[in-house]
Design a protein around this ligand. Structure first.
Ligand code: AGP
Length: 606
């Protein structure tokens, strides 16, 4: 996903723009650029690849303007070349854009017919020519921008500056988040609060359809209908301190190790540790009245929902319909009015999940969401949110957010079971006690991290890797496979262990490591018999279990021992070894662990 920034400053802005873009690197990108007003004229510097290349360009060709915009581009339309890098501009206007203009082809044909000359393959360039056309027809800058916005279909967050307008910046938002930052005689635009953290902690978020006319000492926000509106000004929590690696080599490593702390923060938000009772925010429904409910999310967040399905059905006897959001949003799911729809999203900006939410809104569902970013769009469009207190998650591969999502879902499942009379007060105390022990168990797993390095060197040679699990540990097998493939680029698949004999076992030979999540639970013996089939075919077995290797009955290449714990918390504990396997294998592979190729931290486009 692209990142955008804008600054109306009191001193040269080039370095501050690049610093703000560095805080957006976690989103994933493949080129970058800035534009500033130099003596009233628009100038820009762009570079392919990482920001260091842009900094090298700026060292050779410095910029001194006090007004500017910047962009990190994750290519959607057009190759990741310098030509396609933002900002895009004519001599009259410069634009940076996050999102996709869906009607750009029609607009491009119309503008070329009016004599516009296009130089890029991007959808964004149509915005530049639309505004230029309006300026050429005598519109003032803000009016020219507003008229251009009315022609756009699709998603955008925009920052726009104009030739000769040293004290004007336009921001606009439709579908992609955009924050305005307030400084002392300075104003800022950024894709999120993290980008603005070094510049200000006082921000306001535009709503979809808003556009803002910004000067160093004034802000005018208009909504889709053109009416002036006020948007809440808030203190951002993304302070400058929260987004550095500490003493870790990668953000992902830091975030894996933050899990004991952030899980305890999240649990403390929902559990009264004194009484051991759950305390939820007011919810716009009563679990007693529900016949079933739907869960929708993407990627890792979806796997968290899959674990929760087992919990809601077991502890609350509540059937759960769950689907990945990109399918859910188009399936035309029949939903009874006044039902419950739960959405899980770390960023709170994932386009597919947001679209599924809006579908459920149209179907008169109660909407609740579990998010890590409380100011996010999904949070703002929910009837109630269950925040996780994971702190900013910078690594593209989700780790601490996943286990915090599971912690929040575990609390919700207990509350549902109590409300529906399937969990006694004693049961609640037992399950809550198990949750309270979690940080200690996860710390124990993290203490054995050195065990993973040798295993990683071996896995790094593999072409295919299988992950197996049963019951609530089946989604952990799926998550482990996703973690590995998204950061090490090794192909991996997660399977329900019982499914192996229905086809995947054909993949097994001595070159295919099989990673088995098998804590001692009610399905342990069945899992062992599935793995027996692997052993009999010479498969290389890596066990993640709280049981001793002598208990298995066949040789394992590696046993990763996890603490014995309550059945309820086993998935959260087993999540950590699969994170560490993925991380250390990626380190051996030498990939860009925090910003893996082709990936973005938050996918705000379809
Ligand atoms: C997980 O490691 C991936 N980065 C990806 O699958 C992610 O979980 C998915 O895109 C959903 O993101 P969200 O939680 O911000 O909605």
């Amino acid at each position: 996903m692209c990142g955008i920034v804008g600054i109306l400053g009191r001193e040269p802005v080039a370095d501050a723009l690049v610093d703000a873009l560095k805080r957006l690197e976690y989103r994933g990108y493949d080129s970058a650029g800035i534009a500033t007003l130099e003596g009233g004229a628009l100038e820009r510097r762009r570079a392919e690849g990482k920001l260091v290349n842009l900094e090298a360009r700026l060292a050779k060709e410095p910029m001194s303007g006090h007004a500017g915009i910047g962009h990190t581009r994750w290519a959607t339309h057009g190759a990741p070349t310098e030509t396609n890098a933002h900002p895009h501009m004519t001599d009259k206007v410069s634009v940076v854009h996050n999102g996709i203009i869906e009607n750009f082809r029609d607009l491009r044909r119309e503008l070329e017919g009016q004599g516009a000359t296009f130089t890029t393959e991007t959808d964004t360039e149509v915005i530049v020519h639309l505004i230029t056309h309006n300026l050429d027809n005598g519109m003032a800058p803000a009016e020219a921008a507003a008229a251009a916005l009315e022609r756009l279909e699709g998603a955008y967050a925009l920052a726009i500056i104009f030739k000769g307008e040293e004290d004007l910046m336009i921001g606009a938002r439709e579908g992609s988040p955009l924050a305005i930052g307030f400084g002392e005689g300075a104003m800022f635009l950024g894709s999120d609060a993290i980008a603005l953290a070094p510049l200000t902690d006082t921000i306001t978020y535009l709503e979809d359809g808003d556009w803002a006319e910004i000067t160093r000492n004034s802000l005018k926000i208009r909504d889709r209908a053109g009416a002036e509106v006020e948007r809440a000004v808030q203190k951002s929590i993304a302070s400058a301190l929260l987004v550095d690696k500490g003493n870790h080599r990668h953000f992902m490593a830091k975030e894996i190790h933050e899990q004991p702390e952030v899980i305890s923060h999240t649990l403390a938000h929902y559990i009264d540790f004194a009484t051991g009772r759950i305390r939820l925010p007011d919810l716009p429904f009563d679990f007693k009245d529900l016949k079933r409910f739907s869960i929708s999310a993407c990627g890792t967040a979806y796997y968290a929902g899959l674990v929760a399905k087992y919990w809601f059905e077991r502890f609350a006897r509540l059937p759960v319909e769950i689907d990945i959001a990109s399918e859910f949003r188009y399936r035309d799911v029949p939903l009874e009015a006044d039902g419950l729809a739960l959405f899980i999203s770390q960023s709170g900006e994932t386009a597919d999940t947001l679209a599924a939410l809006r579908y459920c809104r149209e179907q008169s569902q109660h909407i609740i969401s579990i998010v890590n970013v409380r100011e996010s769009t999904i949070a703002r469009e929910s009837d109630a949110i269950l925040p996780i207190l994971a702190g900013p998650e910078i690594g593209v591969a989700s780790t601490k957010a996943f286990t915090c999502q599971l912690a929040a879902l575990a609390v919700l499942a207990i509350a549902a079971g109590r409300a529906r009379g399937h969990i006694s007060e004693q049961d609640e105390q037992e399950l809550v006690s198990a949750l309270i022990e979690l940080p200690r168990h996860i710390s124990a797993v993290l203490r054995d991290e050195s065990d993973y390095v040798d295993l990683a060197h071996d896995l790094a040679k593999a072409r295919d890797i299988l992950y197996l699990g049963r019951g609530v540990n089946y989604p952990i097998a799926l998550e482990g496979a996703l973690k590995l493939k998204e950061i090490s680029y090794i192909h991996a698949e997660g399977y329900a262990a019982g499914e192996l004999k229905h086809g995947p076992i054909a993949l097994i030979d001595e070159d295919v490591p099989v990673i088995v999540i098998a804590p001692k639970d009610g399905l342990y013996d069945k899992t062992l018999s599935n793995v027996q089939e692997v052993a009999a075919r010479g498969g290389r077995i890596i066990m993640i279990s709280d049981m001793d290797a002598t208990d298995f009955g066949w040789d394992v290449q590696k046993l990763i021992t996890i603490p014995s714990s309550h059945l309820f918390t086993q998935p959260l504990i087993a999540a950590v070894p699969v994170q560490l396997i993925a991380y250390h294998t990626a380190v051996v592979m030498g990939t860009d662990v925090d910003q893996p190729r082709n990936l973005a931290k938050s996918v705000t486009v379809e």
